[in-house]
Design a protein around this ligand. Structure first.
Ligand SMILES: *Cc1c(COP(=O)(O)O)cnc(C)c1O
Length: 404
């Protein structure tokens, strides 16, 4: 029998690689948008596990799908296909531009597949010279070495030796900069259609439209990283659908599994044919358990009432934040779309987003930050009005405490 251990926060420091600095409490149970820790303290969840728990915790639709599949079949590998993967792929093609789907286990892996496809396509069709990847400063695309290099924060990619080459970072929302740099050597432009980790920054309509046009002009592929924006988060199933600009490749993860690890790369038949047998793969990608859960999640999220509910909840969040800000003016603006919202701190409060997060934790509210100056909210897409009201009351108490 295993030796008895005190499973407490102290143990983290003893046995875990210290690349995270988790909060003191250890959650043990969740239901909807409420979470309980080891001491049975209850929290309202406005964080949603970083835009993952799109149906809240332990939604019956997800639990049933998982339990049903758990009694049938867990894993095969891609030596065989499986029913849940096929059904989920079909569903994703029905709800997007895509005709073909590649399954992975995370956002970074979905992006890795997207980048490799873009490079392979350009090499096959135009030759080896066409290899430049353009991406944007403050962008985030995951932590594999290729994706973190394409991401726009050198602090995340420095210090690991030579990086994958031919990656250019330009400022987001600066069409001039892109227009003067892009060339026929550009293989792809990768971007978030609303920057998440980088501070909740929406693209201007001119920018997003212009990026598409410049890509077309130079035969460069447009890759949308919808890992954070996807699966209903912005009020459209994918954010591109609300922007009037369609990418050639789209990556999705986070909310796709509602808490079960899964990612996917979506693309067209024309592009997909360049991923011939053997060019890419994954042992777990398209795993039946993950796909069964994701199928249930996508079926639920794409219901018209759920999608409409996101817009309603965005308004409740914006209203709640406005009420707090009227009493304790620490926010300069609330940015973002749907339930991917960022409250940017005023000049006076620069650098204190983490203070707000810690104070909220003490009041029993889970929130997130996006950089040092933005408080981020990515709750369940079906969070109850009562949970929003209670969370806002706790946020107000937290802000009141640090305000004085
Ligand atoms: C979270 C995120 C990723 C990375 O996803 P992982 O599942 O952590 O690998 C990539 N891109 C964006 C936009 C993200 O928000």
């Amino acid at each position: 029998m295993a030796k008895e251990h005190n499973v407490d926060r102290q143990l983290f420091d003893e046995v875990m690689v210290p690349c995270y600095a988790p909060m003191q409490m250890i959650p043990v149970k969740g239901k909807g948008s409420r979470v309980w820790d080891q001491d049975d303290r209850e929290y309202v969840d406005f964080a949603g596990g970083i835009a993952v728990s799109c149906l809240g915790h332990c939604h019956p639709v997800m639990v049933n799908a998982l339990k049903e599949q758990a009694d049938k079949l867990w894993h095969l590998s891609n030596v065989m296909t499986n029913e849940p993967a096929l059904r989920l792929a079909k569903l994703l093609t029905e709800h997007s531009f895509a005709e073909k789907v590649f399954f992975a286990n995370s956002g970074a892996e979905a992006n890795e597949a997207a980048l490799k496809l873009a490079r392979r396509y350009a090499a096959d069709k135009f030759g080896p010279e066409k290899s430049e990847i353009i991406s944007f400063k403050q962008g985030f695309h995951g932590r594999t070495f290729f994706t973190v290099t394409v991401g726009g924060q050198a602090a995340y990619s420095d210090g690991f030796g030579p990086k994958p080459g031919d990656v250019t970072h330009l400022p987001y929302n600066d069409l001039e900069a892109l227009a003067s740099h892009i060339s026929d050597r550009t293989c792809a432009v990768m971007m978030e259609p609303l920057q998440g980790e980088g501070g909740i920054v929406s693209p201007t309509p001119e920018f997003i439209q212009g990026v598409r046009e410049l890509c077309d002009k130079h035969n460069a592929l447009l890759v949308f990283d919808e890992v954070q924006t996807g699966n209903g988060r912005t009020g459209d199933f994918y954010a591109y659908q609300g922007l009037g600009v369609t990418p050639d490749i789209l990556s999705t993860a986070k909310s796709l599994g509602g808490g079960f690890p899964i990612g996917a790369m979506l693309t067209t038949t024309e592009l997909a044919q360049h991923m011939k047998v053997g060019t890419h793969g994954s042992t777990y990608g398209g795993n039946p358990l993950a796909c069964a859960v994701a199928e249930a999640v996508v079926s639920e999220v794409t219901k018209p009432e759920v999608m409409a509910g996101v817009k309603q909840r965005e308004q409740w969040f914006r209203d709640g934040l406005a009420v707090i800000n009227a009493k304790y003016p620490i926010f300069a603006e609330v940015r973002g779309k749907g339930l991917l919202l960022g409250a940017a701190l005023t000049e006076e409060w620069q650098g204190r987003a983490r203070d707000v997060l810690l104070a909220a934790g003490e009041e029993g509210l889970m929130i997130l930050v996006a950089g040092a100056n933005v408080v981020r909210f990515t709750p369940s897409l079906v969070i109850d009005k009562a949970d929003i009201d209670e969370g806002m009351a706790r946020l107000e108490r937290a802000i009141a405490k640090i305000y004085k």
